[in-house]
Design a protein around this ligand. Structure first.
Ligand SMILES: [Fe+2]
Length: 333
């Protein structure tokens, strides 16, 4: 059981303590980026390739290096300079094989994306590609993974579940990354993390915060193929049914997805962002990311989602679609 004690907060978009009440006017623009697979394996040594990594490297050599493009990742940074969201959530799969050199390269990229106060990261299955001690490498990203240091939270050894609070919005990060056998890309949360999630949902819900859950694997069954599924998705759904949440964001599918989790207290939207670096002329997939404008009204929270997609013709990201919805601001259990 993870004990959580929130004694101070909430905090504004810069991580500073807020003085306004939650019931007052609130607004946060949150960019959601996923699966950039931004690392290069050009200088890899054969000695680094064993077990599942051989398969992954051959896949990168044959295909993935052509469809996950660094020039699109650079365009993404330029677009974020224009759109200037208050906060950025990255829902995993920054690497291909989860090698230490890829963690180092990704850390440099994260530093160019924004400060740890502005950027929240969770790992994906490619970060845990092989080996039990993958989390040692993941610790290179620690400032982007960990909970707000100002919150008095009983820390777990591996950061998750994490909690960051910005403008009345609780960003709850989960780690579904787990090493899986060759040709599998499954994930799991585990009982201890689910227990910690339940505690965080209760406490942040009781504080009247808008609860946004970040998870790499889609939690709704059938969103991705069986070999890519979240193995304990039903246990995750059970926690959300008991405690509620206002929004769930994920990656992993590489295509835009939208589904719902029905709970006694209301419907929770579940939104999947596609890869932010992909240009695949065979499948038709191309890079996108989302910006959610979250706004507190007198009665509930409203959200406008803007989809920004990469235009190969213009070689930049452009606005594609805008969707408005009201979030179920449900009391916690
Ligand atoms: Fe993934």
């Amino acid at each position: 059981m993870v004990n959580v004690k929130i004694e101070r907060g909430p905090f504004d978009a810069k991580g500073e303590p807020e003085t306004a009440e939650i019931s007052g006017s609130k607004s946060l623009s949150l960019a959601h980026i996923s699966d950039p697979h931004l690392t290069s394996l050009t200088n890899i040594e054969i000695s680094q390739l064993f077990n599942k990594r051989i398969q992954g490297y051959l896949s990168w050599l044959r295909k993935r290096r052509f469809i996950h493009r660094r020039d699109i990742v650079d365009s993404l940074l330029e677009d974020l300079d224009l759109t200037r969201p208050d906060h950025i959530a990255v829902t995993g799969d920054l690497t291909h094989l989860g090698l230490p050199m890829e963690y180092a390269e990704s850390r440099q990229w994260l530093d160019s994306l924004g400060s740890p106060e502005q950027v929240t990261v969770i790992p994906g299955n490619h970060e845990a590609y092989s080996g039990r001690d993958w989390f040692k490498s993941c610790s290179m990203w620690a400032p982007y993974l960990e909970s707000d240091t100002r919150l008095e939270i009983a820390r777990t050894a591996n950061f998750f579940p994490s909690l960051r609070i910005r403008e009345g919005v609780a960003l709850i990060g989960l780690c579904s990354a787990r090493p899986s056998p060759p040709f599998m890309a499954t994930g799991g949360l585990g009982q201890e993390q689910l227990s910690g999630l339940e505690t965080l949902l209760q406490q942040t819900g009781n504080q009247g915060l808008l609860r946004v859950v970040l998870i790499h694997h889609p939690p709704v069954a059938g969103t991705v193929k069986w070999r890519k599924r979240l193995t304990d998705s039903q246990l995750f759904m059970d926690v959300l049914e008991r405690c509620g949440a206002e929004l769930v964001l994920h990656g992993h599918a590489h295509v835009p997805t939208f589904s719902n989790i029905e709970t006694p207290a209301g419907t929770i939207p579940v939104i999947g962002a596609p890869s932010a670096s992909e240009l695949n002329r065979w499948s038709g997939n191309y890079a996108k990311y989302n910006i959610y404008q979250l706004r507190k009204t007198a009665a509930n929270w409203e959200m406008t989602m803007q989809v920004r997609g990469y235009s190969a013709a213009r070689q930049c990201f452009i606005p594609e679609q805008e969707v408005a919805l009201t979030l179920p601001f449900t009391p916690s259990c």
